[in-house]
Design a protein around this ligand. Sequence first.
Ligand code: ZN
Length: 308
Amino acid sequence: MEPIYFKPAFSHKPWGGSALREVWGYDEAGDDIGECWAVSAYKGMEASVDGGEFDSLTLKELWETKKELFNYQEGEAFPLLVKIINAEDDLSIQVHPDDDYAKEHEGVPFGKTECWYILDCEGEGSIIAGHHAKSRDEMRQMIESGDFKSFISEIRVHPGDFIMIEPGTLHAIKGGITLLEIQQSCDLTYRIYDYDRLCNGKKRELHLEKGMDVMNVPDDNLMSTIKHDRNLETELLLADNKYFKVKRICVKGELYLQAEGDYTIVSVIEGSGTLSGHPIKKGDNLILPYGFGSFELKGACKVILTSN
Ligand code: ZN
């Protein structure tokens, strides 16, 4: 059985930059590259297979026609999405709905639980996660009066920090951060604040009512939930919930592992080596299909394994 390599889709953003090409080696032009959709079956932003038996098929087509690769997992759409995000400038402050809200109010199959592994910070990195309002009334009053300075909770982060962003958590990536995002395959974002920026002469749309509807209150203690990866362990469990299990693996020399779940996504975030003889390098994202079994990692690299 062969690992399946992917060619990503890219999204250009007003807050993007050139690091995804210059630091990560992706073949994408422009100085406003914000997001690499590395493993994606999302409509219009599908990653496609790069080489091998299934060359050029999109992940959506694989999911729909080669169900054995995913252990015949049920569901109309591939449920996960892995991105690398490079923010030169601050992203808008936003919140996502959960599955129930997404189905009921938006007619889409998934809400958005996401998590971030910080890859790089230019200078002092920070994110926004949570807020200081103590009640829904106070949340509304702070948002409507534009008092975002006292409302939002800004948290310092460093490379190797990992945080879960649950549905309903107010959040934003700040400029200077590159991170790996693992999320449910959903693109529903309720924008709460965009720093009053103009984009092509206009402010981007806000979604205050829906955003306030889904926001967790209170939600003031996210700093304590951050895991700090000091690269001390060969294998570190980062998340294990009903949507995904995420581990960080450090390879120095050789290591034997077992593919888990219905399939395993391998995201190489540092260095290079081989996976059971197949070359892997920083920026590569591949899927080990169901039944891949045990595999060998060799070289000097760091990978994130996501299984479902
Ligand atoms: Zn988000």
